[in-house]
Write a protein that binds this ligand. Structure first.
Ligand code: HEM
Length: 490
């Protein structure tokens, strides 16, 4: 049996667009040679296309991909842009030829907050830092944060009441923020934890605003309250993180071990590769990066999962059955024990639900790169300086790889299917040297939170609440996600 998710009316339109395939090829004389460009939306004026993209980037890319398939070319002003929609080409770009690409210029804005952290640094410096940090995110290391995850989730749901209506997106943002700050700085941070959360939210909103069309104008007017708010939040955040680094270094010199991520990063070094320990500034940049990269994506993934479960109650019930059988029923509450890391291998269907949800609503919906040198794809040469877009959202809805791509169908994720699918037909965490270093953390957190919450609560989406995509850096629900809570009684 299959289940339809109905949130997105754009799909019907897209299927139609598929039949309007244009096949024009352009040959343009560049300063150095004649370049053959792949097919492009020639019927749309460049400025109209840009306007459409700003208004609805996902729909614009879906339309282009359905019309032109594996590779399409268009221009935003003078900037050449290529949309790559073939898993093998994506693998070549992200893995085999990654050295020929940098992240695009939009990162300059984020650099003001994140400095030279993993997300914003490039080249040799990035690769060395990555080598240093990666072991701290190994699944065996990440396990130790399982208790922080479930305890934070339990504290959240203890405040919920039967019949309550709440914005589940806000709840998820708050709980994932609590989890990441405790995992990084230590679970005993209390008042600082709230301050970190509030300051991070202010900084994140600001960076998001700056990256919107004409956002750069905001910075040019320093007296705007939003600029002042950002400056003071950033100052507060920097000072908390530096204080924590000092305190951790003190503990280390006294031989006191702290079981948190900051301590692991502080100790990290790679003598084999000649990479020494990080300075305070490097540590601060990495901590800020992990704070920022480490919660919004997971909170979006959970929010969209709750939405899909509310639209497909049979799937929700099946997941609940699995939770009942793995976690049992306690005599006192009748709703079983809290899950632990050891339960993860048994939560097979819960994992499929999360995987399928990240297919339909990939929390990071597109990856952008800029070519350093000319780059050959198929029979085309992509000129140096071109922007390359590889969209998880577009690929995950590609019917060449997914039958009924718009349907929420966790059972499609059989072992065989995973084995035979091209690697980059599903890439919510990217790939290669710049893939998500926090992927093991995200899976553990996602499954543990789903299990902890769904064991006790069922959610009903408020039918008067509008669901729309808001694709910023991550894929948020534009108007939050209003849900009515129902306590599960076994
Ligand atoms: C569902 C949750 C998450 C998703 C879908 C996700 C997705 C991604 C993607 C697609 C990238 C690569 C971007 C690119 O290639 O341009 C990335 C990078 C990154 N992610 Fe995640 N992420 C998630 C959770 C996390 C968590 C929990 C952490 C940390 C605890 C984290 C830390 C990072 C960092 C530091 C990078 C930069 C890696 C580098 O450039 O070397 N992410 N993430």
């Amino acid at each position: 049996m299959k289940y339809h998710h109905l949130c997105n009316p754009l799909f019907k339109y897209i299927r139609k667009a598929k039949h309007m395939k244009y096949t024009m090829k352009k040959k343009v004389k560049s300063s150095s040679s004649t370049i053959e460009y792949p097919p492009c939306p020639h019927s749309i004026l460049p400025s109209k296309l840009l306007r459409e993209f700003i208004h609805n980037p996902i729909k614009t890319l879906m339309d282009i991909a359905y019309a032109y398939s594996d590779i399409a070319h268009f221009k935003f002003g003078r900037q050449h842009v290529y949309l790559i929609n073939n898993p093998h080409y994506i693998e070549d770009i992200l893995i085999r030829n990654y050295k020929n690409f940098i992240k695009s210029k939009g990162l300059q804005v984020s650099k003001r907050l994140l400095g030279e952290g993993l997300v914003t640094s490039e080249g040799e410096y990035h690769d060395r830092q990555r080598r240093l940090i990666q072991p701290a995110f190994h699944p065996s290391e990440i396990k130790r944060y399982g208790d922080i995850m479930t305890t934070s989730a339990v504290q959240m749901i203890q405040k919920w009441q039967d019949g309550m209506m709440l914005d589940i997106h806000k709840e998820m943002m708050h709980v994932t923020m609590t989890i990441i700050s405790k995992a990084v700085l230590g679970s005993d941070i209390k008042s600082e934890g709230d301050e970190v959360g509030d300051s991070l939210l202010t900084c994140m909103e600001y960076i998001n605003r700056l990256q919107m069309p004409f956002g750069e104008l905001i910075e040019k007017i320093p007296i705007l309250p939003i600029n002042k708010g950002y400056q003071s939040a950033k100052k507060r955040l920097d000072s908390i993180v530096y204080d924590m680094i000092r305190a951790h270094r003190d503990s280390e010199s006294k031989g006191v071990l702290q079981p948190d991520l900051l301590y692991t990063l502080l100790e990290a070094q790679d003598t084999e590769a000649g990479i020494g320990r990080m300075t305070d500034l490097q540590l601060k940049d990495q901590v800020m990066t992990i704070f920022l990269a480490g919660h919004e994506t997971t909170s979006n993934a959970l929010t969209w999962t709750f939405y899909l479960l509310s639209q497909n109650p049979t799937i929700g019930d099946r997941m609940y059955d699995e939770l009942q059988s793995v976690l049992g029923e306690s005599e006192s509450s009748g709703n079983g024990r809290t899950p632990t890391v050891r339960d993860i291998p048994k939560l097979v269907y819960t994992e499929k639900v999360l995987r399928e949800s990240m297919r339909l609503y990939p929390p990071a919906w597109t990856i952008g790169r800029q070519a350093i040198n000319d780059y050959k794809v198929d029979k085309y040469v992509i000129p140096a300086g071109s922007i390359i877009l590889m969209s998880q959202y577009v690929m995950h809805h590609n019917e060449n790889y997914y039958s009924d791509p718009d349907v929420f169908y966790p059972d499609r994720w059989t072992k065989e299917a995973k084995l035979h699918m091209p690697r980059f037909s599903y890439f919510p965490f990217g790939g290669g040297i710049r893939s998500c270093v926090g992927e093991p953390f995200a899976w553990l957190e996602g499954i543990l939170l789903l299990a902890t919450i769904c064991k006790q609560w069922k959610m009903h989406h408020d039918p008067n609440h509008k669901v729309e995509l808001k694709p910023l850096i991550t894929l948020r629900p534009k108007y939050g996600m209003r849900m009515k809570l129902e306590r599960r009684r076994s």
